[in-house]
Design a protein around this ligand. Structure first.
Ligand SMILES: O=C(O)/C=C/C(=O)CC(=O)CC(=O)O
Length: 139
């Protein structure tokens, strides 16, 4: 928390995980932007490492702790800030939401980050459907 008492979101503007948390944050918070490219990656600073050993964004400093990983953050927000609800109350529907969230966070996003970092940007412009052809890359 800051002196103002607001939670702090450490994030990068191009990080899809950070966007998950921004969308879930329904209250006032402060942002500390980290540039994952500049200076070899600002997430690798000693200062940030002291907050988040994983040295990844997003990280949310709230209620005296720092939470990493978007799904862990959103689960904490769901339990501590129940309005508005992020998950359905019906457990079967909630399970479906968790399946979709896990597929995105654990299945799609790691591949997406890998592709963005190893594929020249101009190829993405030429081939927006590259994800459909992962098998041709041996993935
Ligand atoms: O918070 C998560 O669900 C996962 C975080 C990461 O894996 C770090 C990362 O890929 C940051 C990014 O979106 O570039």
């Amino acid at each position: 928390m800051t002196e103002s008492g607001k939670p702090i979101l450490y994030s990068y503007f191009r990080s899809s995980c950070s966007w998950r948390v921004r969308i879930a944050l329904a209250f006032d918070y402060e942002t500390v932007p980290l540039n994952l490219i500049k200076d070899g990656g600002q997430q690798f600073s000693e200062e940030f490492r002291a907050l988040n050993l994983m040295q990844q964004v997003p990280a949310l400093k709230i209620d005296g702790i720092t939470i990493g990983q978007s799904l862990a953050i959103t689960e904490y927000l769901e339990e501590t800030w129940p309005t508005p609800r992020l998950l359905p109350q019906d457990l079967k529907r909630r399970a479906q939401v968790c399946v979709i969230s896990d597929v995105i966070a654990c299945g799609v996003q790691p591949l997406q980050v890998w592709l963005w970092t190893c594929t020249p940007a101009h190829l993405w412009c030429a081939s927006p459907h590259a994800l459909l052809h992962l098998d041709t890359r041996g993935v």
